[in-house]
Ligand binder design. Structure first.
Ligand code: NDP
Length: 316
C-alpha cells in the first residue's frame, strides 16, 4: 500500500503543490486544513485524484483543535510515514496582536505552538510506523537568517531569552522576548522556532527512532497567498522584484517539488539538515545543506524554547 503523509495547510501555495508532487510520487496525502471546501477545490484545480487524499479539519491556532485533529487521524487507522509542517500566517500590517483561543499571540501560536504540539503528538504515530524511511519536514525561510542577503531587511528576529514565553505568552505579552509587538518580527521569530524545533527533534529523537528530521528553504515563492495581507502594491511588485532583481523567485509548482523531494528522495535522508537551493535561482540549481542563523543553531536556546513550548502547549 501507499505510504501516508500529513501536510498542514494545503489549500494554497507551497502546501498545495507539495501535496500534488507527493501524490504524483505515489503517496497518500492527509491534508490538515481549516477550510475543507476551499481545500477540495484547490486539490481538484491541480489535479490530485480523490483516491489519493483526504482532508481532515485543523485550526493550528487552537491547541484543542490540534488534539482533535490527531484523534481524527488516529481513527482512520492509517499508519503515519511522514509529516510536513507547512501552514503559516503572515500579518505584516496589523498594529495590535490577534489572540488564539488560549490567549497567545496568533502568529506564533499558529506557525509554531500549534505545530510544536502536532509534531510531539504525531511523533508517537510515526514511531509505530513500519515504513523504512520516515521523515518529519518543517518549512523554514531565508528571512529567519540575518546572515543571508534575503534576511537582512529589518526587523530581524530576536527571541532574546524567551522571557515572553516564560511569562506565559498571554496578554499583555505578545512577543517571545516579551518586548513590543511587531508583526513581521513575530512571523520571523515563529520561523526561527520552527527551525529550533526541527533541530531539537533531531537531537532528542533521531538516534532512538531512526526518523529523519529536516527543514528547507524552497526559494522565494513570491506569488503565494502568504502575502495577501500586505499592501496591494507590495503584492504586485514583490514577485517582479524577486524575478528580475534578486532572481530568488521560484514557482509554486517547483517549491512543492522541492518539498516532496525532501520528504521522499534518498539524497535528502540526512537528519538535522536545513536544505536550500540558494538565494539566486539557477537553471537546474543544486540543493545543499545550509547553515542556519546564529539564533537558530544555538543549542542552549533550542533547549529553552523546547521546555517553555512544552509548558505553553500543556505537554509539561
Ligand atoms: P499560503 O498562504 O499560500 O499557505 C498557507 C497555508 O496555511 C494555507 O493553506 C492556509 O489555509 C494555512 N493556514 C493558515 N493558518 C492556518 C490555521 N490556523 N490552521 C490551519 N491552516 C492554516 O503560504 P505559502 O504557501 O507561501 O507558505 C507555506 C509555508 O512556506 C510557510 O511555512 C512559509 O513560512 C513557507 N515559506 C514561504 C515562502 C514564500 O516565499 N511564499 C518562502 C519560504 C518559506 P487557509 O487557506 O485556510 O488560510
Amino acid at each position: 500500500s501507499k505510504p501516508t503523509v500529513i501536510i498542514t495547510g494545503t489549500s494554497s501555495g507551497v502546501g498545495l503543490w507539495s501535496a500534488k508532487a507527493l501524490a504524483d510520487k505515489g503517496w497518500y496525502v492527509v491534508m490538515a486544513c481549516r477550510n475543507i471546501p476551499k481545500t477540495e477545490k484547490a486539490a481538484e484545480s491541480v489535479g490530485i485524484s480523490k483516491n489519493n487524499y483526504m482532508v481532515l479539519p485543523i485550526d493550528l491556532g487552537s491547541l484543542v483543535s490540534v488534539r482533535d485533529f490527531v484523534a481524527k487521524f488516529r481513527a482512520t487507522g492509517r499508519s503515519l510515514d511522514a509529516l510536513v509542517v507547512n501552514a503559516a500566517i503572515y500579518l505584516p500590517l496589523i498594529k495590535e496582536p490577534l489572540r488564539s483561543p488560549e490567549g497567545f499571540e496568533l502568529t506564533m501560536a499558529t506557525n509554531h505552538l500549534g505545530h510544536f504540539l502536532l509534531c510531539n503528538l504525531l511523533l508517537e504515530d510515526m514511531k509505530q510506523s513500519s515504513y523504512g524511511d520516515r521523515r518529519m519536514v518543517i518549512l523554514g525561510t531565508v528571512t529567519h537568517n540575518p546572515d543571508e542577503l534575503g534576511g537582512k531587511i529589518p526587523p530581524q528576529p530576536d527571541l532574546g531569552n524567551l522571557e515572553g514565553f516564560a511569562k506565559g505568552f498571554t496578554a499583555p505579552i505578545s512577543m517571545a522576548n516579551g518586548k513590543k509587538f511587531e508583526p513581521v518580527r513575530a512571523y520571523k521569530e515563529s520561523k526561527v522556532c520552527n527551525i529550533l524545533t526541527m533541530r531539537e527533534l533531531h537531537r532528542r529523537y533521531h538516534a532512538t527512532t531512526g526518523i529523519t528530521f529536516t527543514s528547507l528553504y524552497p526559494g522565494c515563492v513570491a506569488d503565494t497567498p502568504l502575502f495577501r495581507n500586505h499592501y496591494p502594491l507590495f503584492q504586485k511588485l514583490f514577485p517582479l522584484f524577486q524575478k528580475n532583481i534578486t532572481k530568488g523567485y521560484v514557482t509554486q509548482e517547483l517549491s512543492g517539488q522541492r518539498v516532496a523531494a525532501v520528504v521522499a528522495d534518498p539524497e535528502y535522508r540526512q537528519s538535522g539538515a536545513y536544505w536550500s537551493w540558494g538565494n539566486r535561482q539557477k537553471q537546474d540549481g543544486k540543493s545543499f545543506v545550509q547553515t542556519v542563523s546564529p539564533q537558530a543553531r544555538d543549542d542552549e536556546r533550542a533547549a529553552k524554547m523546547w521546555d517553555l513550548s512544552m509548558r505553553l502547549v500543556r505537554l509539561a
